[in-house]
Design a protein around this ligand. Structure first.
Ligand SMILES: [Zn+2]
Ligand SMILES: [Zn+2]
Length: 186
């Protein structure tokens, strides 16, 4: 119990929704300033370079449903899938969650499956973390025609040609070229 009270003081993104679910048609809008400075997933750690405050609307609808709505707009630094240059990638999406209310309590499968709603405590940061994960871009490129990096020497080909042979390195071909180069040296 003490733990929850402490968290609530230190962290503005923890919202107690008791008042909302126990009061028919009550609606509250909270401005939430995200504390996340980077996004960590199994893909790595990505700095969040920009984040707009999230206006979260939490509404009790006829004592039957709890609605949680809001817009998220963050910019995350993600490496280009071809050349690894950092790309400032906007991730924008709408939050639209709905839970059943019964006897002034959240209930139903949806409530049991979430990690951001525990009893009457809504952890906005956890909610948004999960939503960023769902909305994560599948492919990030610095530009549509990014040339990538040379597989042989590692040079970023957007910065210029590297002079490596254009053909895919092939073991037999490489052996042949070795012989050819030796022949030239003689
Ligand atoms: Zn690139
Ligand atoms: Zn090269």
């Amino acid at each position: 119990m003490d733990k929850v009270c402490q968290d609530r003081k230190e962290n503005a993104v923890i919202i107690d929704i008791s008042d909302i679910i126990s009061c028919e048609n009550r609606e509250v809008t909270k401005e939430v300033q995200l504390e996340l400075t980077s996004f960590v997933s199994r893909l790595g750690r990505f700095p969040i370079t920009e984040k707009a405050p999230v206006f979260l609307r939490i509404a009790n609808q006829d004592n039957r449903r709890l609605l949680i709505r809001g817009s998220v707009d963050v910019t995350v630094q993600i490496p280009c899938g071809r050349c690894l240059a950092e790309v400032f990638t906007p991730i924008r999406f709408e939050i639209d969650k709905e839970f059943k209310i019964s006897d002034s309590a959240i209930c139903g499968e949806e409530a049991e499956e979430t990690d951001y709603l525990t009893g009457n405590i809504l952890d906005v940061e956890k909610l948004i973390y999960g939503e960023i994960l769902v909305n994560w871009p599948t492919k990030v490129l610095c530009s549509e025609d990014c040339k990538g990096i040379c597989k042989t020497c590692g040079r970023n080909l957007n910065e210029g040609e590297c002079g490596c042979s254009k053909t895919e390195p092939d073991l037999r071909m490489a052996a042949f070229q070795d012989v050819f180069n030796k022949f030239k040296e003689v």
